[in-house]
Design a protein around this ligand. Structure first.
Ligand SMILES: Cc1ncc(COP(=O)(O)O)c(C=O)c1O
Length: 399
């Protein structure tokens, strides 16, 4: 057993599993990894108490926790998490994408949920320890990665709610992930939720806490029940402004060529400040595009979809990346509140490395309205990867 210190008082003792998945079985899993369903041989755990601070850091075999039924997380949902990826590089080394940005967001979530912050170096060291031990689990190949899921739960036992828990468990698990798009990129259909909202001003919308997701499932279920892939959330006050989609931030590209303008909902406190969102905005600005954070109304989304001014809608997040934003379907172009808005998958692939038109709305019979193309940025090295995002342009194909 060795002890690794991240340069703070936080250290990780290494306990290597003696029942690791055999090489042949792992190779089979890595050949077609299914997101979030299989986990690597090990996990990292670290505990916090009011008396001792962070202590007891360990790399240990992946396995279940034993928790008292009165553990606070089960009752009051004091829980936060992160989602990020590491990638196999050319030459075999492994690299993580913007780990520090996720470490900072984890601590921002911790502050909002009255939980202890974890030193960023300890967050990053935990990832290094796990990925180093389980590096054979980092898949090779286009669009593949090792998805990392750090999380923290309240572990104090007891049902009192006079103060936040005085004990916490931080853990890190990892799961191999495949390319999100297999067999080509397909547009998704979206359900614009009217009945439910995801987050209200002053709430926890910008926090990556489990409760936000628990509250979202009814809307997502409604989307599925209505034949759509994803739910899109509107603001809770006016039910008018587009916020985000499922587990992804939304982007719209208006115009084409030199006039192209990238637009995304501003961070109002009710949506998650995505690391991918920040990366796309930074790259867009660096490449000289007009980039804007602001308000996008559902009406505008629909109207622009109809007049052809909106060239593209896309959704990005570390876990997945999709051309979303179905416009059209059974009604006028664009998403509709509480209505099914679907896109007919009609992929037309463009030149490699450029913007790629991936689908178009099926115009309503007799409506004479609308072309609405969806494009997706596909990097030369793989769709859905956060690295090497390309912002090249192409012209919308003639209808
Ligand atoms: C609600 C929500 N919005 C946006 C995102 C995208 O964030 P990121 O780019 O950091 O993965 C996620 C994914 O974590 C999410 O869960």
């Amino acid at each position: 057993m060795t002890t690794i210190s991240p340069g703070t008082e936080v250290t990780f003792d290494i306990h290597v599993s003696d029942h690791r998945v055999p090489d042949a079985e792992r190779a089979q899993i890595l050949a077609a990894p299914k997101f979030g369903s299989v986990f690597t041989d090990h996990m990292v755990t670290l505990r916090w108490t009011a008396e001792r601070g962070w202590h007891g850091g360990k790399l240990e075999p992946y396995g279940p926790f034993t928790l008292d039924p009165a553990t606070q997380v089960f009752h009051y949902a004091q829980e936060i998490f992160e989602g990020l990826k590491s990638y196999r590089q050319t030459g075999g080394s492994v690299a993580g994408f913007r780990l520090r940005a996720n470490a900072a967001r984890f601590n921002s979530s911790a502050r909002r949920m009255a939980m202890p912050e974890l030193p960023e170096d300890a967050f990053i060291r935990a990832i290094e320890v796990l990925v180093t031990q389980d590096r054979q689990w980092v898949p090779d190949g286009e669009g593949r990665s090792l998805y990392l899921r750090p999380f923290m739960i309240a572990t104090q036992v007891g049902l009192g709610i006079n103060q936040p828990s005085q004990a916490y468990l931080f853990a890190l698990i990892a799961s191999p992930a495949g390319a999100y798009f297999t067999g080509g990129i397909k547009p998704v259909s979206v359900w614009l939720s009217q009945e439910y909202t995801r987050a209200a001003p002053g709430g926890t919308g910008e926090t990556k806490c489990g409760g936000n997701y628990a509250g979202s499932f009814a809307g997502q279920q409604q989307a599925l029940n209505n034949g759509c892939d994803q739910v899109v959330w509107l603001d809770a006050t006016e039910r008018r402004w587009v916020e985000e989609m499922g587990g992804m931030n939304l982007f719209f590209v208006y115009g084409t060529g030199q006039d192209a303008r990238i637009m995304t909902p501003a961070l109002t406190g009710t949506l998650l400040p995505g690391v991918t969102r920040d990366s796309l905005l930074t790259l867009g600005r660096d490449l000289g595009y007009q980039v804007e954070e602001g308000k996008i109304s559902a009406e505008d989304w629909r109207a622009r979809g109809g007049d052809g001014a909106r060239a593209e809608g896309l959704a990005r997040g570390a876990a997945r990346a999709r051309p979303p934003a179905g416009a059209g379907g059974s009604g006028p172009p664009g998403p509709r509140r509480g209505r099914r808005t679907c896109v007919s998958p009609s992929p037309k692939m463009g030149a490699p490395g450029g913007w790629r038109p991936v689908g178009r709305r099926a115009p309503r019979a007799g409506s004479g309205r609308g072309r609405s193309f969806f494009f997706f940025t596909k990097s030369p090295t793989g769709a859905g990867r956060n690295t090497n995002i390309s912002f090249k342009k192409t012209t919308a194909p003639a209808e």
